[in-house]
Structures are given as structure tokens and as C-alpha cells.
Ligand binder design. Structure first.
Ligand code: SAM
Length: 345
């Protein structure tokens, strides 16, 4: 990259960062919801949202020049085709991911200390907004599950839909707030679903999410203690392996808990283990950053393996083979940042 191009690249990076902060602010002050009700002047929008006009006007300036709102003859518009990415109950809404990112601001001083002294930032340091990423991940993923779990994720693995339709015993490991089970249990009433998570408060939330469903149960427990009793036909793990403190132990336990015709269905990040091969991937820098600010440091705080979110398909394949999975297919998922590992003994 030439010098002047690099300067422009860096300026665009700073702009993205500043806009991310202001988008979070717009969410917390209700500005996006107010703006979605239709075009308004800055005074009109401020009144709608119950806010101070001078601040709203400056915020709108950033939104217009940042390509999020449009402006014409004194009126500001939040186009519906943009609004669906920042509001609403669909998988397109990126706001939960954006808020997760801004919540990392609070731990930056601790992280800087770790650069000098080693060690890690414990999950408890992330504050109420992000105490456990499980709850936040649930917010991001609940719409993704609703729209893509059955056809996009399960449908990608030959024979899985039939197995679940006929009736299988399924364990969702690191189930978080239980949104995957909520969709799966309704789609496959002949199957029986168990959710396992290490955080009791999250398991409570999962039970509330799934209240009234007869074919589900939730347990508090450590995946590293998983046994083959009771036996499962299918074990799923959505975004729950790379953060494990002892991922090698967990993968071996999963293999041990499955019969010879069992399936381990793992959804994880879709990158290479080698940084060179991630150059040019538009999602890679974001994922390395999240990995540093959460996955790596929280694992190091527990003396864990610190695989990080960028452990990559090569390392994942090696670890799955070491755990005893002889047949591993890496399949595309409905989201470019994730892939599906269909692992069989
Ligand atoms: C990134 S979240 C994913 C949550 C959920 N699968 C989803 O899609 O919403 C990872 C989850 O794994 C859980 N977890 C981490 N280590 C665990 C362990 N050793 N045993 C069981 N659950 C664990 C966390 O509490 C968290 O809820």
C-alpha cells in the first residue's frame, strides 16, 4: 500500500471506530427507534426521543456523513434498508454484536496490564453488560437460529435432518441461553434435547426461554466432565469450543460420549490458523480483535489453552483427529464467519 493510501486507510479505520461508539450511543438513547418512525428535522427527532437538540444535531451529522442516515432539505432519514441492520428481531440486526464490541472498552486497562505482566482478564471483570459472553451471544444468535438453524446449519449435514426427525438424543454443549434448543426442539419433536452450560445463571435463562417445551432439559455442568452416561446420538456445540479452557479434554470427552454412529456437530469460526491466509478476509481483523479482547485473555485468566477465536480450521482438524474423530467434514454455513464441522468417530 502506498503512503497516501495507508493514511487514508488509517483515517477510515478511525472513522469506523468513532461511528461504532456513536452507534452504541444511538442505541442506548433510543435515537434509532425514533428515527425509524420517519424523516425528521434535528429538532423533531430530539423531541421524539426526548433528547437535547444540539447533541442530536451533531450525532446526525456523523450519521449522515458516515453513510447511515440521509439528509435532504433539513430532514434526516434513517432508510428502512439500513434500519434492518441496526433494529429489529432478525438475523440481519448487527446491533448485539456492535454492543458486545463496545463493552470491551471497560477492560482495556486490564488488558494493557496483561501485555506487560502476562496473565489474563477474568470473565467477571467484563461487568454486567458482558459478564458472560454466553448471554450476549444468545442475543446475537437467537435470530440466526430462527432463520438458519434447521435448513442452513442442520440441513448442510447429509442425513442429520432425517436422524433428528426420527428421534435422537441430542446434547447442546455450551448451550448459553438455550436459543438453539428452542428452535430445534420445536422442529424435531421426536428428538430429546439436553442443554449443558457451566454458568448457573445462564442455565436459568435457558430454562425460562424453553419453559413449556416437553422434550428439553438443561443442566449446569462442565463439558470437561462429560461422560457417556446418559448416551447421546448427536452432540452440538455452537461457538462453544474455542473458548474452552481445556479444549483438548472437552473434545476427547465428546468423542467418548458418542456411539460409533454418533455425530459431533461443531459450529465455529471460519478462518485459517495461519495469519497469511487470513489477509484479505474482510472479517479477519475484527475476529482477531474480539479474540484478543475476550477469548484469549479470559482463557489465560483461568490458566487455559487460550486457543482464541482464530484457532483456524487447520488446528481444529488436528485437535479433532487427536480426540479420535476419524471423519471430519468442514462445511459452509449460512454465515461466512462460521463453518460447520461434521465429525464422526
Ligand atoms: C460463546 S457462548 C455460546 C452460547 C450458545 N451456544 C449460543 O449459541 O448462544 C459459549 C458458552 O459456553 C459456555 N461454556 C464455556 N466453558 C464451558 C464448559 N467447560 N462447560 C460447559 N459450558 C461452557 C459458556 O458459559 C457460554 O454460555
Amino acid at each position: 500500500m502506498e503512503e497516501k493510501d495507508f493514511a487514508a486507510h488509517l483515517t477510515a479505520t478511525m472513522t469506523g471506530s468513532a461511528l461504532t461508539m456513536l452507534i452504541g450511543l444511538g442505541h442506548r438513547t433510543g435515537l434509532f427507534e425514533a428515527a425509524a418512525r420517519g424523516p425528521a428535522t434535528s429538532a423533531g427527532l430530539a423531541e421524539r426521543a426526548g433528547l437535547d437538540e444540539r447533541y442530536v444535531r451533531e450525532w446526525l451529522g456523523a450519521m449522515v456523513t458516515g453513510g447511515i442516515f440521509t439528509h435532504n432539505a433539513g430532514e434526516y432519514t434513517f432508510p428502512p434498508e439500513h434500519a434492518k441492520f441496526l433494529l429489529g428481531e432478525t438475523a440481519s440486526n448487527l446491533m448485539p454484536s456492535l454492543l458486545t464490541l463496545t463493552a470491551f472498552n471497560g477492560i482495556l486497562p486490564d488488558l494493557e496490564r496483561c501485555f506487560a505482566e502476562g496473565g489474563g482478564v477474568p470473565r467477571s471483570a467484563y461487568g454486567p453488560h458482558l459478564e458472560s459472553l454466553g448471554a450476549k451471544t444468545g442475543d446475537s444468535w437467537k435470530h440466526i437460529y430462527r432463520e438458519h438453524l434447521v435448513d442452513g446449519f442442520f440441513g448442510a449435514v447429509p442425513g442429520l435432518t432425517e436422524k433428528l426427525t426420527d428421534g435422537a438424543r441430542v446434547l447442546d454443549l455450551g448451550c448459553g441461553t438455550g436459543h438453539a434448543i428452542s428452535v430445534a426442539a420445536r422442529a424435531f419433536p421426536a428428538s430429546r434435547f439436553t442443554g449443558l452450560d457451566i454458568v448457573p445463571r445462564i442455565v436459568e435463562q435457558a430454562r425460562e426461554t424453553n419453559a413449556g417445551l416437553a422434550n428439553v432439559e438443561f443442566k449446569v455442568g462442565d463439558a470437561a466432565d462429560l461422560t457417556a452416561d446418559p448416551p447421546y446420538d448427536v452432540i452440538t456445540a455452537f461457538d462453544a469450543i474455542h473458548d474452552q479452557d481445556r479444549p483438548d479434554v472437552v473434545l476427547r470427552r465428546i468423542r467418548g460420549a458418542l456411539p460409533e454412529d454418533g455425530l459431533f456437530f461443531m459450529v465455529d469460526t471460519n478462518f485459517s490458523s495461519h495469519v497469511d491466509q487470513n489477509v484479505g478476509n474482510p472479517l479477519a481483523a475484527l475476529c482477531y480483535s474480539i479474540s484478543l479482547m475476550y477469548c484469549t485473555t479470559t482463557s489465560l485468566a483461568e490458566g487455559g489453552a487460550a486457543l482464541g477465536a482464530m484457532w483456524g480450521t487447520e488446528t481444529a482438524r488436528e485437535m479433532l483427529a487427536d480426540a479420535g474423530f476419524r471423519h471430519v467434514g468442514v462445511l459452509e454455513s449460512p454465515r461466512p464467519q462460521n463453518c460447520i464441522y461434521a465429525c464422526r468417530p
